[in-house]
Design a protein around this ligand. Sequence first.
Ligand code: FAD
Length: 368
Amino acid sequence: MDRHEALRAEVREFVERELQPHAEEWEEARWFPHEVFERLAERGYLGLKYPSEYGGQAGDFLDDAVFTEELSRCGSGGLAAGIGAHIGIATPPVWKFGTEEQKERFLVPAIRGEKIAALGITEPGAGSDVAGIRTFARRVDGGYVVNGSKTYITNGVRADFVVCAVKTTQEGGHHGLSFVVVEKGMEGFDQSKALKKMGWHASDTGELAFDDVFVPEENLLGRENGGFYLIMANFQWERLLMALGAVGAMQRLLEDTVEPLSGNGGGRDARRAVADMATRLETARAVTYNALRLFAGGHDAVREVTIAKLKTQRDCFEVADMALQLRGLAGYGQDAGLERAARDARLGPIGGGTDEVMKEILVKQIGL
Ligand SMILES: Cc1cc2nc3c(=O)[nH]c(=O)nc-3n(C[C@H](O)[C@H](O)[C@H](O)COP(=O)(O)OP(=O)(O)OC[C@H]3O[C@@H](n4cnc5c(N)ncnc54)[C@H](O)[C@@H]3O)c2cc1C
């Protein structure tokens, strides 16, 4: 069997055995236990694409892609998001831009599941417009003093370290942003507030406050004032991961819809709706795998990744809505998992670049 397909079978079995049975409980608790990261680390899943010298599995982007698609079947968008933020958006900048010393301090324990990571870019006044970041890191002897706030940060409460975008010139903007790693327990760093949300309940989406937080020089990630490049570097991968997650979620929604209908074949309306769901799933899969193939091959895939993100996220929400509709049509009662899938899917057209922003990027790519 192909290595990636073997991994798929293994992850699917792990997700069904160790994650799915707890989805309900962790959603209710609005939290999932730290031990989940430890179990994932034992199986090597936190470091699939990372080199073995840091404790990784020396795999490739396709390994992470397979893992992400399968993880989305766990039954809790929040759980998948917390794990996904650690693997897919918070640790890659350390791997790509960190010094050897920073990789030893942050990446190695993150792959072992001992330190949990978050990525802190969004602020109350800076979401789509990352150039609008106001959190300021003032240079002082031996490092920086950081003041400001972040919002909507996945793993924000539990994170042992947050890879944070900050302004390092008064003007900020594209040429005045940098990244610093802010660590749990640093004086003046408050990560106590978790937001209540429509979906992703098991994930601690945090508000972070920085009040004269001293961050030592050795926690600067990449070049001072080179932060904008760092943000852009991982955007394509983050969007691809979101597209893959939506494909996995739609696959499960389709399976869960067909199963109860198969006894009576469904009515005519139900059969047409199922055909629509399957068409959305397969077109979403096709554009996503095409973008992944280009990205993994090292090609410029901005246009294809943008299309994949745009196509999959709204479709996933609509497929979840169709699944709800069909459940009602078939005369079945409430299903907490299905309701959750619909709520969780609504984040897709917002996070990692909104649909409107994706459209702006796409028309620029087309030359308009
Ligand atoms: C559950 C959750 C988890 C998140 N996790 C993280 C995380 O871990 N780390 C992190 O840094 N961020 C995270 N985010 C933040 C997320 O990336 C932002 O919500 C997203 O980038 C949109 O920013 P915003 O919410 O400030 O909306 P805004 O940027 O204020 O947008 C508001 C509306 O205006 C539209 N709009 C904005 N600019 C344009 C434009 N140029 N053209 C057309 N329309 C436009 C948008 O499409 C949207 O409809 C998370 C958000 C949520 C909800």
